[in-house]
Ligand binder design. Structure first.
Ligand SMILES: O=C1C[C@@H](O)[C@H](O)[C@@H](O)C1=O
Ligand SMILES: [Co+2]
Length: 298
């Protein structure tokens, strides 16, 4: 059983408006998005492109609906740009999240990433970091982790399809070469299954370092099609590779059990990008909330 005082349930705006493809859900407003999240029973969210930039305005809109900011994505370019550039952007991002009361900062290395390239097939094209790039990544992340710690926050690293940290081997390497007191792990089960990893193995191995969870289910038949047709990551999203927990092929009950038994503390955040014209975001948010209540009892 999860400790209900320590575990919070949130949902990402990506099902309403997709920052990777702003044309998806362009008609959905910020107010509609957070109102439907609250209506479905969620207490927190990450930040999307339509959210107000002004802290006061954003806080008021969320508080009206009993919601708060859990975190927000940050793209690092530690392997391809001078460290100082990433640091400057990270500090602005950190300070915004800190003012919003968030405790974790989601970081993903986007140097050489193909996740946003519409025409590049996602399988067999991901970047592989050189020795020098791994070194830049680990020293840079440790420094950013220290900056997060200064504000009593945690840097949680997001392994991701189409990036240099996608596979179990790459996650292992990153965890080994970074400081466990400064760099934590975001567990996004959908990306692990999509990549062909064994998600339970990763969960058990890094359970003490996992400080943020994205709940993303996959449709395996669509992923098979992605391989067959050499589709890109973004094309796969449009075709329905992801869905909410309980609607796809991942056994979340097992995952919830392991997290709860190990006293997981932090956010469980539903993040299931689909084309909102095909999958009504409010309907899917409600579906996810019902499933989580049934299987995780929170
Ligand atoms: O956390 C995430 C943020 C998105 O922008 C990304 O593409 C998605 O798949 C994800 O896991
Ligand atoms: Co994610």
């Amino acid at each position: 059983m999860f400790n209900k005082e320590k575990v919070k349930l949130g949902i990402a705006p990506i099902a309403w408006t997709n920052d990777d493809m702003p044309e998806l859900g362009a008609e959905n407003t910020f107010e509609q998005c957070i109102s439907e999240m609250a209506l479905a029973g969620f207490k927190g969210t990450e930040v999307g492109n339509k959210y107000p930039k002004d802290v006061k305005v954003l806080k008021k809109a969320l508080e009206l609906r009993g919601m708060e900011i859990a975190s927000a994505w940050f793209s690092a370019y530690l392997t391809t740009k001078p460290y100082e550039e990433t640091e400057k952007a990270f500090i602005t991002h950190r300070d915004f999240l800190h003012e919003m009361g968030a405790k974790v900062i989601v970081v993903s290395e986007q140097g050489h990433s193909i996740q946003g390239k519409m025409e590049v097939p996602i399988f067999n094209n991901k970047p592989l970091f050189t020795e020098e790039e791994w070194e830049k990544l680990s020293t840079g992340l440790d420094k950013l982790g220290k900056l997060a710690k200064e504000r009593d926050m945690k840097l949680v690293y997001h392994h991701h399809m189409g990036t240099g940290v996608q596979t179990t081997e790459e996650i292992d390497r990153l965890m080994e070469i970074t400081d466990p007191e400064l760099v934590y792990l975001l567990y996004d089960v959908g990306h692990l299954v999509y990549s062909g990893e064994e998600p339970i193995e990763v969960l058990n191995k890094y359970i003490d370092r996992i400080k943020h969870v994205h709940l993303k289910d996959v449709r395996k038949n669509v992923i098979n099609l992605v391989k067959e047709k050499d589709m890109s990551f973004l094309q796969s999203v449009k075709s329905g590779a992801f869905t909410v927990p309980g609607d796809g092929d991942i056994d979340f009950e097992h995952i919830f059990k392991i997290l709860a038994e190990n006293n997981y503390e932090g956010w469980l955040l539903v993040e299931a990008e689909q084309d909102p014209a095909k999958a009504n975001p409010c309907e899917y948010a409600m579906k996810a909330r019902k499933y989580i209540k049934e299987k995780a009892n929170i």
